[in-house]
Design a protein around this ligand. Structure first.
Ligand code: SF4
Length: 299
């Protein structure tokens, strides 16, 4: 264990064997927080960052829903030193990064809209510190929008602080009932799409939809039909994520991603396909903290 600061230690550093992801496991004020460095050789240094020590929003497909962990909002005093540690440890600033993008992605553990002030302040500090080293420093947030008032506050904060930030709406189903079951804390679908459009208009930033396609759950013909209806002429792209298996759930990834993309593209809806990196080291979508609680705790 390596001491980094008051109440902050590095517990472990894990390298993926299938891609270039490196996971950093920290102990902050007695709780585990995990960051991961992602390098896809596409001109970006990406760090995936947690916003809370755990999450109790109980998404059906998320590993965190299996554990009753203490949820605490992380502060810039915890987030920024961990990012600095990753940057220094991996020697990111000695590389030729003048032409590179530094992307801080708040898509690790927790719901960003439940910790708006600390997320925005962290963005400000990171931007001020690293903008001289990189051509562009930008940010991304993934959220299920737990409450519309929080989205309004978030939009206002991004706009006032002029944060270059892409908003990713975790949709995962266009069907009210199915979505409520998958993500009980999510706001209504129509309101959420309107909130994304509002975000784009007010901040001049871009946004996209996240959709992990799960066999028999959200990949039916009726889901495709509803998706077309929901997204046609909205100018919000949809990104299909390959679903990472949660050990306690019977969900499996859908084989229909190409088909969904083809139909949506025909309707003029832009699509993308993404295999979340770091899956072999428990550092991918829905997996954060999994290795720690499944393996290390049992040693
Ligand atoms: S998917 Fe996100 S919002 Fe849902 S339980 Fe996991 S961390 Fe929380």
């Amino acid at each position: 264990m390596k001491t980094i600061g008051l109440d902050l230690k590095l517990l472990d550093k894990v390298y993926s064997k299938v891609d270039k992801t490196v996971k950093f496991v920290f102990l902050s004020r007695g709780q585990i927080i995990e960051f991961s460095y992602i390098n896809k050789d596409d001109g970006k240094d990406i760090i995936c960052v947690p916003v809370q020590t755990a999450c109790n929003l109980m998404c059906e497909f998320c590993f965190l829903s299996d554990y009753d962990l203490q949820v605490r909002n992380l502060t810039p005093k915890e987030i920024a030193p961990c990012i600095d540690y990753v940057v220094q440890d991996l020697n990111l600033l000695t590389r030729l990064n003048r032409n590179k993008v530094f992307l801080i992605s708040f898509m690790g553990c927790g719901e960003p809209l439940l910790n708006i002030q600390n997320v925005i302040e962290s963005c400000r500090q990171i931007r001020d510190k690293y903008q001289k080293n990189y051509q562009v420093v930008r940010f991304a947030v993934a959220s299920l929008i737990p409450k519309m008032e929080l989205m309004e506050k978030f939009v206002d904060s991004v706009r006032k602080n002029q944060i270059p930030l892409k908003f990713h709406l975790s949709l995962h189903s266009p069907d009210f009932k199915a979505r409520k079951w998958l993500m009980p804390a999510a706001s209504s679908i129509r309101e959420s799409i309107d909130a994304v459009l509002y975000f784009m208009k007010c901040t001049n930033n871009s946004a996209e939809i996240h959709y992990a396609l799960i066999d028999g759950v959200n990949d039916r013909e009726e889901d495709l039909f509803k998706l077309v209806e929901l997204l046609k002429n909205r100018n919000i792209p949809i990104k299909f994520l390959v679903y990472n298996k949660k050990p306690s759930a019977s969900f499996i990834k859908s084989p229909r991603i190409d088909y969904f993309r083809k139909i949506l593209e025909k309707e003029g809806i832009a699509t993308e396909f993404y295999i979340p990196p770091g899956a072999d080291i428990g550092s991918s979508c829905g997996q954060f903290l999994m290795d720690y609680y499944e393996k290390y705790n049992k040693k």
